[in-house]
Write a protein that binds this ligand. Structure first.
Ligand code: NAI
Ligand code: MG
Length: 501
């Protein structure tokens, strides 16, 4: 076995071969510098594996491979049904390897295995299939003007796309970006987050088998400031798609200006969840819990600000607290009954703990959690589900994205106040509204500044429905038909059929 692969046995007994290289031109290779990054199991803080980390030289090599694949032999010009068939094959292979992929995801990221398998992997397979279906349904238009002219549009791929993904949903974020890019004929260089490189590398082993020509899909590991920045600034890359923090999104925007790259950004949030006096309270409690506590609270769309109308405030807080205590079971992510695993890294764990201190010192009321959870062998980055009430608009914990199992609850009097406070943030990703008054629900959906509004649910995501933010939560849309817009240009062709000057 070469240095590029390592045999591993995961905590659940699954044995598999873990690639350690960069995946370029359908081969795993070492990084030019020989630099590596170490991936950690957040449940016990032990090393899982070290993998090669890309630097600017490796990005150059990947760009050359992706450029060649775009043109020659052409992925762009391949029969569109054949392109779709390769993607279907890829989806089938992912499905066949889903237990291994889910195992790696849980081991490296800490999310519960049942979630990795039944939610994340199902979404990955579904997304690749969904966009495979679009491959032979991308077409331009003929636009009628006058008999003297034929005008039509061609939907062209953008070229080489750089895609930078985060660690909270490694495989799903890869699928959201690969699907629309590939079906429209682009080639891709995708960089995994340095905290979770392992599942993406394993995905690389399925790319060649699916039949993608060399260079169409390239996977790089590496640190954001090195490999990520090299991608964002590369003159040979035509587009950048990014999911992650708002701060990094802004830096990427600046770097992408170097050659005016097309950009799609999906960044942070502080999404409100509004519960009106007339709401079905059991439903509101159930969804409020899902909306903030799933995936260890590491969700960009998490409804992390709960705003309750005065008439039901006390009742909601009591029921919510009880529901969280009952259902947010913290533990080993490979245990069947675990709802919440560890935070992804020590940095994120400390960040959440620092927000807990901030909440306490600013005078909010801690009603649950508020500390590290040490009952999983005394190790790992576990945090008790944390609820603060009596939170004021100027509190840091009310304004900033925490990205953990951490929620703030506040009350409001009127609908006007609810809208004003829901919108009183620099973010605009999601928003949830609980009311049994359908007129009010739809009215609020229009008035709230967000890319997605859930009426009587929270964080309901569907691969067929556009996903993205307004304000500082991002630019552009992923998923659904809207996701294709981010990966094609409409070229206009004007044909003179009769005008002679
Ligand atoms: P980050 O935004 O810095 O990292 C996300 C991705 O961007 C990673 O692949 C990283 O390598 C890359 N990256 C970092 N700096 C870069 C640069 N200068 N140029 C190019 N690529 C770069 O997020 P981080 O530091 O891991 O997490 C910090 C906070 O970001 C979290 O607490 C959370 O608030 C937010 N976040 C939001 C996510 C979302 O789904 N919207 C996902 C992950 C983090
Ligand atoms: Mg890890």
């Amino acid at each position: 076995m070469s240095d590029l692969f390592v045999e591993l046995t995961a905590p659940n007994g699954v044995k598999y071969t873990q690639p350690r290289g960069l995946f370029i031109n359908n081969e795993f290779v070492k990084s030019k510098s020989g630099e590596t990054i170490i991936s950690i199991n957040p449940s016990d803080e032990n090393e899982i594996a070290s993998v090669y980390a890309a630097g600017p030289e490796d990005v150059d090599i990947a760009v050359a491979a992706a450029r060649k694949a775009f043109k020659d032999p052409s992925w762009r010009d391949l029969d569109s049904s054949a392109r779709g068939d390769i993607m279907y094959k890829f989806a089938e292979l992912i499905d066949q390897h889903k237990e291994t992929l889910a195992t790696i995801e849980t081991w490296d990221n800490g999310k519960p295995y049942s979630v990795a398998l039944n939610e994340d992997l199902a979404e990955v397979v579904g997304t690749i299939k969904y966009y495979a279906g679009y491959a032979n349904k991308i077409h331009g238009q003929v636009i009628d003007t006058s008999p003297a002219k034929l005008a039509y549009t061609i939907r062209e791929p953008l070229g080489v796309c750089g895609q930078i993904i985060p660690w909270n949903y490694p495989l799903a974020m890869a699928a959201w970006k690969l699907g629309p890019a590939l079906c429209t004929g682009n080639t891709v260089i995708l960089k995994a987050a340095e905290q979770t490189p392992l599942s993406i590398l394993y995905l690389g082993t399925l790319v060649k088998e699916a039949g993608f020509p060399p260079g169409v899909i390239n996977f790089l590991n590496g640190e954001g400031r090195k490999a990520g920045a090299a991608i964002a600034q590369h003159l040979g890359i035509d587009k950048i798609a990014f999911t992650g923090s708002t701060g990094t999104g802004k830096e990427i925007m600046k770097m992408a200006a170097v050659n005016m790259k097309n950009i799609t950004l999906e960044t942070g949030g502080k999404s409100p969840l509004l519960v009106f006096d007339d709401a079905d309270l059991d439903q509101a409690v159930k969804w409020a819990h899902i909306g903030i506590m799933c995936n260890q609270g590491q969700v960009c769309t998490a409804t992390s600000r709960i705003l309750i109308q005065e008439g039901v405030y006390d009742k909601f807080v009591a029921a919510f607290k009880e529901h969280v205590a009952k259902t947010s079971i913290v533990g080993d992510p490979f245990n069947d009954d675990t709802f919440q695993g560890p935070q992804i890294t020590k940095t994120q764990y400390e960040r959440v703990l620092s927000y807990i201190e901030s909440g306490k010192s600013e005078g909010a009321t801690l009603v649950a959690g508020g500390e590290a959870y040490k009952d999983v062998g005394g190790k790992g980055f576990f945090i008790s589900p944390t609820i603060f009430t009596n939170v004021k608009d100027h509190h840091k914990i009310y304004r900033e994205e925490v990205f953990g199992p951490f929620v703030v609850i506040s009350s409001f009097k009127t609908e006007e106040e609810a809208i004003e406070r829901a919108n009183g943030t620099t973010y605009g990703l999601g928003a949830a509204v609980f009311t049994q008054d359908i007129t009010k629900g739809h009215r609020l959906a229009r008035l709230i500044e967000a890319g997605m509004v859930w009426i009587n649910s929270s964080n309901d995501s569907d691969i067929r429905i556009p996903f993205g933010g307004v304000k500082q939560s991002g630019i552009g849309r992923e998923l659904g038909e809207a996701g294709l817009e981010a990966y094609t240009n409409k070229k206009a062709v004007h044909v003179n059929l009769g005008t002679k000057l």
